[in-house]
Design a protein around this ligand. Sequence first.
Ligand code: ADP
Ligand code: MG
Length: 343
Amino acid sequence: MANSLIGRDMAVDLGTANTLVYVRGRGVVLDEPSVVAVNESTGEVLAVGHEAKQMTGRTPGPISVVRPLRDGVIADFEATEQMLRFFIAQIHRRRYLAKPRLVICVPSGITAVEQRAVKEVGYLAGARRVSVIEEPMAAAIGAGLPVHEATGNMIVDIGGGTTEVAVISLGGIVASTSVRTAGDDLDQAILGWFKKEHSLMLGESTAEQLKIAVGSAWPRLAEPDADVRGRDLVSGLPRTVVVSSAEVRRALDDPLNAIVDAVRETLDQTPPELVGDIVDRGMVVTGGGALLAGLGERLGDETGMPVHVADHPLTSVVVGAGRCVEEYDALQQVLVADRRRSA
Ligand code: ADP
Ligand code: MG
C-alpha cells in the first residue's frame, strides 16, 4: 500500500519502431508503435501508437504521420515528448499514480546531448526521476544473460532503426557497435528492389509485411512464393507480381551484410578472453529483426559462433529495464543515474 503512494515506477523502451512500458509489480502494460499523427497546420496530435500507424500512407493533406525516433535518435523532440506523455497518461488512466521514477532505454551510441534530451522528455512527461539504461544492457538482462559475471555476454539487438551489438562482462559494456541499419532498411531494400527489378512502387507497410511473411536471411525448408501488389511506375496502374522467397532474400542481402559486419566489428574490438567465452556460449540475437527467418543461421555461418535467438525478441529490452525497476537498488550499477537540476 505504502508503495502505491509514491507512484508506480516504470521502465520505458522508447524504440525506433515500438514503445513498450513496464510498470513495477505489473509487467508490460503498453506495447504500441512509436508513431504520432499530427495536423501540421494546427500542431494538434490526432493519434498515437497503433491508431496512428494505421494512418500511414493514408492521410489527407495537412495530416502527417511521423516516427519521431526513426533513426535511433530523437529526430523530432516535440513529437517524442507528446507521444511519451500520451502513453504515460494512458497508463495513469488505469489508475497508477503520477510522478513515477522512470528508467528509459537509450541506444548505446547516443551522444551526451541526445541522452539529456531523452531524460528531458521523461521529466516533461511527468517523471519524478529519470535514469537511463543502455539498450544492449537492458536487452541482455531481459534475455536472461548473466551480465554481472566475469564472462563475455554478446547481445545483438536488431530493431527498426538501429542494430546494437555489445559485449558485456561484470555489469559493464566492454565493446559495442551501433549502426543505423536494421528492420527499416530491410523494408527499404525491398522497396528499392521492386522499383529496380519490376518497375513497381510498393507502400512501406506492404514491404514490411512481405519481409515478415516470406523474407529470410538463409534458405528455408519451405520457400513459398508471394503475390505483391504495387503501382506500376510506367502506367501508374496497380499491378501484381509473383516473387519467390529466394528473390526476397536476395533483395535483403545488402542490409543483412551490414548487420553481419557490425557483429564482426564488435568481435574485433573484444578482448580475446571474452571472445573465447562467446565462442563457447554463443551470442544472443534479439529485437524484432531477430524474428527474420534464418537470421540466426546466417549470423552463425558468417561468424562461426553459436547463435541463439531470444525467446521474446520484441520485449527483452523492456523486460530487462523492468528488472531494474523491480530491483531498483540492486541493479543501480547498470543505470546511468542523474538528478534533475533545479531551474
Ligand atoms: P525498436 O526497438 O527499434 O522499436 P523492435 O525491436 O520493436 O524495434 O523491432 C521492430 C522491427 O522488427 C521492425 O523493423 C519490424 O519490421 C521487425 N519485425 C517484427 N516482426 C518481424 C518478423 N516476424 N520478421 C522480420 N522482422 C520483423
Ligand atoms: Mg529496441
